[in-house]
Design a protein around this ligand. Structure first.
Ligand code: SF4
Ligand code: SF4
Length: 340
C-alpha cells in the first residue's frame, strides 16, 4: 500500500512538472545555446570603420578541409580616402554551409579576427545548394553573433581598421589593375576584371614568345653574352659532345666487317634479308641527306649551339645506320658459314 502511494505521488509530481524538452521548431520555445557553441562560420563587422574585418587574404580558404569557401579581394577605397588602415578588403565571399563541417579551422587560421563560429545552426533548405551564404548573409550572421555575445577582437590593436595617427597614408590611390581605358580594378565589374586579366596574360605570353625568338637568334660573341645565354650555350655544347661520344662508342663496339657473299650463292631467306638491309641503308641515307640539306654545312665556329646539336645528331644517325648495315652483312655471312 505504501509503495503504491509513493508511485502515485511520483506520477502526479512528474505530470505537473514543467517540461525539460523544447517544442521544435518553434523559435521562441528553443533552448538557448551556450556561448561556446560552434555554429556556422560568419564574418565579423568593424563598427568603428563600418566595413568587414576580412581583407580577403585567402588563408582560411586554403586551409578549409572541405573547400567550401571562396572569396575575392579588392583595393579598399576607404584606404585611399584615409579613413581605413586596411589597404585590401573583401569583395565577394561565399561559404557553402551545406558542405561546412563546423571544424573551426577557418577561425583558427584567420589572423585578422575576421571570422567566427556563430550560433546559427538552423539553415535547413529544400534545395541542395540552398545554403550557399554570400558576403551579405555572412556579415549579417556575424553582426547577430557579435551583438549577442558582445564580441571583441582578440587583437584589437593589430586588427583595428582605424588609421593610426601619424601613420603613413597607404598608397591605395594607385590602381592595382587597370583595363585598356585606365579604369581602376575597384570600379570594374567581375567580367571587366576577367577581361583585363586575360589581356594581361596574352601580353605576357607575347612577351615570352618574343624572348624565345631572341633566344633562338644566332649567338653573339661570348663576351657580349648574358650569364643565362652562356649557361644555355654550354648546355648545348655538352649535349652535342655527349651525342658524338655515344656514336663513337657504338662504332668502337662494332666487330670488323666480313666479306660479302655472291648473290647466286645465297639461299632465298638470305636474299630477302639482304634486300631488307639494302632498303634500310637506302632509307637511312635518304634521311641523312635530308638532314644535311636542311642544315647546309657551315664552319663549326660559325654554328649556333642548336646547329651543332643537329649536325651531331645527323652524324650519330649515319653511324648507327652504318653499324646496322654491318650487322646485317655479318648475319648473312654467318648463315653462309652454317649452310656450307
Ligand atoms: S568551419 Fe571548417 S569546413 Fe566550415 S568553412 Fe570553416 S574551415 Fe571550412
Ligand atoms: S576570413 Fe580571415 S583568413 Fe579568411 S580571407 Fe578573411 S581575413 Fe583572410
Amino acid at each position: 500500500m505504501v509503495g503504491f502511494l509513493k508511485g502515485l505521488i511520483l506520477t502526479l509530481r512528474t505530470a505537473l512538472r514543467r517540461p525539460v524538452t523544447a517544442q521544435y521548431p518553434e523559435p521562441e520555445k528553443r533552448q538557448p545555446v551556450q556561448d561556446r557553441f560552434m555554429g556556422f562560420p560568419a564574418l565579423t563587422w568593424d563598427y568603428e570603420v563600418v566595413e568587414p574585418y576580412c581583407t580577403g587574404c585567402m588563408v582560411c580558404i586554403r586551409e578549409c578541409p572541405t573547400q567550401c569557401m571562396s572569396a575575392e579581394m579588392t583595393d579598399n577605397p576607404k584606404a585611399a580616402e584615409g579613413t581605413s588602415s586596411r589597404r585590401k578588403i573583401i569583395e565577394t565571399f561565399e561559404i557553402n554551409l551545406g558542405r561546412c563541417i563546423l571544424c573551426g579551422i577557418c577561425v583558427d587560421v584567420c589572423n585578422f579576427d575576421a571570422i567566427e563560429m556563430s550560433h546559427e545552426h538552423e539553415l535547413s533548405k529544400y534545395e541542395r545548394n540552398g545554403n550557399r551564404a554570400d558576403l551579405d548573409r555572412l556579415l549579417e550572421l556575424g553582426r547577430e553573433y557579435q551583438d549577442k555575445v558582445s564580441w571583441k577582437p582578440t587583437q584589437p590593436e593589430k586588427n583595428s581598421g582605424v588609421p593610426k595617427p601619424g601613420a603613413k597614408r597607404p598608397a591605395a590611390a594607385k590602381p592595382a589593375v587597370a583595363d585598356a581605358e585606365g579604369k581602376p580594378s575597384s570600379e570594374m565589374t567581375k567580367e571587366e576584371r576577367l577581361a583585363a586579366a586575360r589581356a594581361r596574360a596574352a601580353a605576357k605570353k607575347r612577351a615570352q614568345a618574343s624572348d624565345d625568338a631572341v633566344a633562338e637568334d644566332p649567338p653573339v660573341a661570348k663576351g657580349d653574352m648574358s650569364p643565362e645565354d652562356r649557361v644555355a650555350a654550354a648546355r648545348a655544347r655538352a649535349a652535342a659532345k655527349k651525342q658524338a661520344q655515344a656514336a663513337d662508342d657504338a662504332v668502337a663496339e662494332a666487330p670488323p666487317d666480313a666479306p660479302a657473299k655472291a648473290k647466286s650463292d645465297m639461299s632465298p631467306e638470305e636474299r630477302v634479308a639482304a634486300a631488307r638491309a639494302r632498303a634500310a641503308v637506302k632509307k637511312q641515307a635518304q634521311a641523312s641527306g635530308d638532314v644535311a640539306a636542311e642544315a647546309p654545312p657551315v664552319a663549326k665556329g660559325d654554328m649556333t649551339p642548336e646547329d651543332r646539336v643537329a649536325a651531331a645528331r645527323a652524324r650519330a644517325a649515319a653511324k648507327k645506320q652504318a653499324s646496322s648495315e654491318f650487322d646485317a652483312k655479318a648475319e648473312e655471312n654467318t648463315r653462309e658459314g652454317v649452310t656450307d
